[in-house]
Design a protein around this ligand. Structure first.
Ligand SMILES: Cc1cc2nc3c(=O)[nH]c(=O)nc-3n(C[C@H](O)[C@H](O)[C@H](O)COP(=O)(O)OP(=O)(O)OC[C@H]3O[C@@H](n4cnc5c(N)ncnc54)[C@H](O)[C@@H]3O)c2cc1C
Length: 388
């Protein structure tokens, strides 16, 4: 792929900024596959925010930098390449653009700067037991009492609810014939009495996910986003809006580079994985497929190809497949060390193989979150049939 000199110049600026501002310790831990702490994520997002790059596509007036899609893709690419933490998607790519589109001026002024700087950390309260792919069947309800909504019900699989200050929720405010109607979109302070967060430990042995229970939780009417009963419009906007990061090409490329570096490091101590035909073949195939995805991603997001509503599904499906295949490769490179050195929950480890198997296990979830693989294939099949 060929970038214009202006875009190459922008890339150089971003790379120099990251080199200057990102500490080597965090960078090394991310490279090994360990997660950043909450404090590190906040600090780094604040650093990016000072430069206008935490929410780069937002208008300058609300803390963004008005960057073009091309520049955004390059910025994201460089963050993954470093590797550096990526700004919190719930804040920056999901809720922020939604508030810009549907929020009152007061909501914009209050929330947007805090979302960009991570002064407020949001989580996403959409899924419920029994309502995931079929989201509109959700049952968490909110009734009006004076100037408040009163919420009762349960959310599940809420990533980072234990870290979050606020949650954005879909709740049923009316019983209607069409299940997509009568849903409202509320912004809820996690400190409100009646909210209980219960951890779910996932297959990697870590605590990312939660159940969130609402027991007569009072939320002021001013925290309604958009019109009452029209929350489904907000949900569709939010889910359809973010496509720039959906393929995560930079992540797959960075992980592939890490597999190659690890194999070289192991070679120095007599482990000849880097010379094995299966390894060389896998590297070559993954490299070619990641390049193809990179071009497709650019073409669909930036180019003037005719866009189908289904193109986001292509990026999600292929992006998810590439991430998972690279994680499998890393796990194979780690071999038995991956399992032997895997730390127990809460235990700190600096061993090069310690984080690889947990990340492999967690990467399986990419086929479920953000719209399950079967659902994406269904969307594609329908798009193909419509064109036939
Ligand atoms: C790691 C992780 C993080 C998540 N984080 C969040 C979060 O922060 N906030 C949030 O709200 N949710 C979150 N989710 C929930 C996620 O959005 C749902 O898990 C997802 O939408 C699938 O819903 P479900 O789990 O109810 O499965 P179901 O919808 O019950 O699906 C089960 C299986 O049936 C298949 N299936 C369902 N319907 C169809 C159909 N019509 N045709 C063909 N196949 C079908 C699915 O593809 C899947 O394989 C997260 C999930 C995971 C795994």
């Amino acid at each position: 792929m060929k970038y214009t000199p202006e875009l190459e110049g922008f890339r150089a600026q971003v790379r120099a900024f990251i080199d200057e501002r990102l500490g080597p310790d965090l960078r090394n831990r991310l490279r090994q596959g360990f997660p950043a702490s909450k404090a590190e994520l906040q600090q780094w997002q604040r650093t990016l925010h000072e430069r206008g790059w935490a929410a780069p596509h937002w208008p300058k007036a609300y803390g963004g930098a008005d960057l073009s899609t091309e520049q955004r893709l390059i910025l994201l690419d460089e963050l993954f390449r470093a590797p550096a933490p990526i700004p919190l998607g719930f804040n920056v790519t999901m809720l922020g653009p939604l508030i810009l589109a549907y929020g009152t001026e007061q909501q914009k002024r209050f929330f947007l700067p805090k979302l960009a700087s991570l002064e407020l950390w949001f989580c996403q309260g959409f899924s419920e037991p029994g309502s995931g792919s079929d989201l509109a069947s959700l049952r968490t309800s909110a009734r009006r009492e004076g100037d408040d909504f009163v919420i009762n019900g349960q959310k599940i699989w809420t990533t980072g609810a234990h870290l979050a200050d606020w949650i954005f929720c879909l709740v049923r405010t009316q019983k209607t014939e069409r299940k997509q109607e009568g849903i409202s979109f509320l912004l809820v302070d996690m400190r409100t009495p009646g909210i209980t967060v219960r951890p779910i430990v996932s297959i990697d042995g870590e605590h990312h996910l939660n159940e969130v229970f609402f027991d007569d939780v009072r939320v002021p009417m001013t925290n309604l986003l958009g019109e009452e009963g029209r929350g489904w419009d907000c949900a569709k906007f939010l889910l359809a809006n973010e496509r720039t990061g959906i393929a995560n090409v930079g992540l797959s490329r960075e992980r592939l580079g890490h597999a190659i570096s690890l194999a070289a490091m192991l070679g120095e101590s007599g482990n000849d994985v880097a010379l094995q035909p299966w390894f060389l073949q896998e590297i070559a195939i993954l490299d070619a497929e990641i390049r193809a995805l990179e071009v497709t991603n650019w073409r669909l997001l930036v180019g003037d190809d005719e866009r189908s509503a289904a193109f986001a599904s292509v990026l999600k499906l292929k992006g998810c497949e590439m991430q998972q295949r690279v994680m499998v490769l890393l796990s194979k490179v780690a071999g038995p060390e991956g399992l032997e050195k895997r730390p127990s929950r809460g235990e700190e480890s600096k061993h090069w193989a310690a984080a690889l198997d947990p990340r492999y296990f967690y990467s399986r979830a990419a086929s479920i979150y953000g719209g399950a693989t079967e659902i994406q294939k269904d969307i594609l099949a329908k798009a193909v049939l419509e064109r036939a």
